[in-house]
Design a protein around this ligand. Structure first.
Ligand SMILES: Nc1ncnc2c1ncn2[C@@H]1O[C@H](COP(=O)(O)OP(=O)(O)O)[C@@H](O)[C@H]1O
Ligand SMILES: [Mg+2]
Length: 325
């Protein structure tokens, strides 16, 4: 499947929407896939199936923890995997699917999360007096009834936050129980690095050892990810009818400016492309890029989009401490 070969956008509105929808591969897609290979059963051809990997000796499935700072692209990466995967399909009512994707609201308790799962799977008879453990038992039962084989819990750190009315040990237990469901379910949780710390707080460590860990890395200069990023930028510019001089090395400057953080880098890159589209331009210069950058970083003497040669600009910015954090 190809993500870019649809009808070419022509009008400004079409171009803007096209750009918004664009997922930019950054090289971690294959690493995620490699992790998925370990939490699902494979067939005799070595193809991953949608059946969670099951250990008959303890009747447990496995989990995967996706960790990274906010804006690192975890959600985009997971949603893309779900869109493109040959066997995993997102569960939606009424048609169904084998993978339920839940985003935990910031204030959700562990009971609330179970209720969200029940509602998403079409269970409407939720009794307000239901206890958290009962709500979870019901939820796990629903998975079997509606054919859900994988549960993705995004922003999972929210259920492990301390505070009044919050029960962290119960939340950790609920996660563990998903991997011990009668109807084998694989669990993928995503969140900030504190998510792991919270689960590690469990003295026995029994929940943590059921999870594999995956931290998508930032894009390092000259890496495969950096090459992919530059290609994505050039390709998008081309489709949007924008000329960008290669010797300006704008993609490399964007990565440097955002310290290789994927989410932030894509955001800035798209903002630079959009600025040209909505102004009806057909070219992007360093001056244009700098103007966009300064809109969220005002007051700098020199920016990575300075008109001088990139090597010179980079050396100067590095000398004053850029990219050290
Ligand atoms: N590979 C990507 N291609 C396009 N946009 C991306 C990509 N990764 C992240 N983004 C964008 O960057 C922003 C932050 O990404 P997000 O996935 O929400 O990060 P996280 O979930 O780690 O906080 C979002 O606006 C998202 O659309
Ligand atoms: Mg996210």
């Amino acid at each position: 499947m190809n993500e870019t070969t649809k009808a070419l956008p022509k009008s400004i509105k079409e171009k803007e929407q096209w750009l918004k929808d664009r997922y930019w591969k950054f090289g971690e897609e294959e690493n995620l896939d490699d992790h998925l290979h370990d939490i699902f059963e494979v067939d005799n051809n070595g193809q991953r199936t949608a059946e969670p990997r099951f250990d008959p000796l303890n009747r447990e499935t496995k989990g995967l923890m996706v960790l990274g700072a906010s804006g690192n692209g975890k959600t985009a990466l997971l949603m893309r995997a779900l869109r493109m995967d040959p066997v995993l399909t997102e569960f939606k009512l009424p048609q169904g699917g084998n993978t339920l994707f839940i985003t935990v609201p910031p204030d959700a308790t562990i009971k609330k999360l179970a209720e969200i799962i029940l509602a998403e799977t079409g269970y409407t008879k939720i009794n307000a007096k239901l206890r958290a453990t009962d709500a979870w038992e019901l939820a796990r039962h629903r998975f079997g009834l509606v054919g859900i084989k994988t549960l993705v819990i995004d922003e999972c750190h929210h259920i492990l936050r301390p505070g009044a009315g919050r029960d962290i040990p119960a939340a950790i237990q609920a996660l563990k129980h998903i991997m011990q469901s009668e109807h084998r379910v694989a669990l993928i949780i995503a969140g900030v690095p504190e998510l792991k710390d919270a689960i590690l707080a469990e003295a026995s460590g029994e929940t943590m050892r059921r999870f594999d860990e995956f931290s998508p890395s930032r894009i390092r200069p000259k890496s495969k990810g950096a090459v992919l990023f530059a290609r994505n930028f050039a390709k998008s510019a081309g489709i949007l009818g924008l000329h960008v001089a290669e010797e300006d090395v704008i993609p490399e400057r964007i990565l440097f400016a955002q310290n290789g953080q994927i989410g932030k880098s894509v955001k800035l890159a798209k903002e630079i492309l959009r600025a040209a589209v909505v102004r009806g331009r057909d070219v992007i210069t360093l001056n244009h890029a700098e103007r966009v950058y300064r809109k969220s970083n005002s007051g700098l003497d020199m920016t990575p989009f300075d008109a001088a040669e990139w090597d010179v600009v980079k050396a100067e910015l590095t000398a004053i401490g850029w990219g050290q954090s």
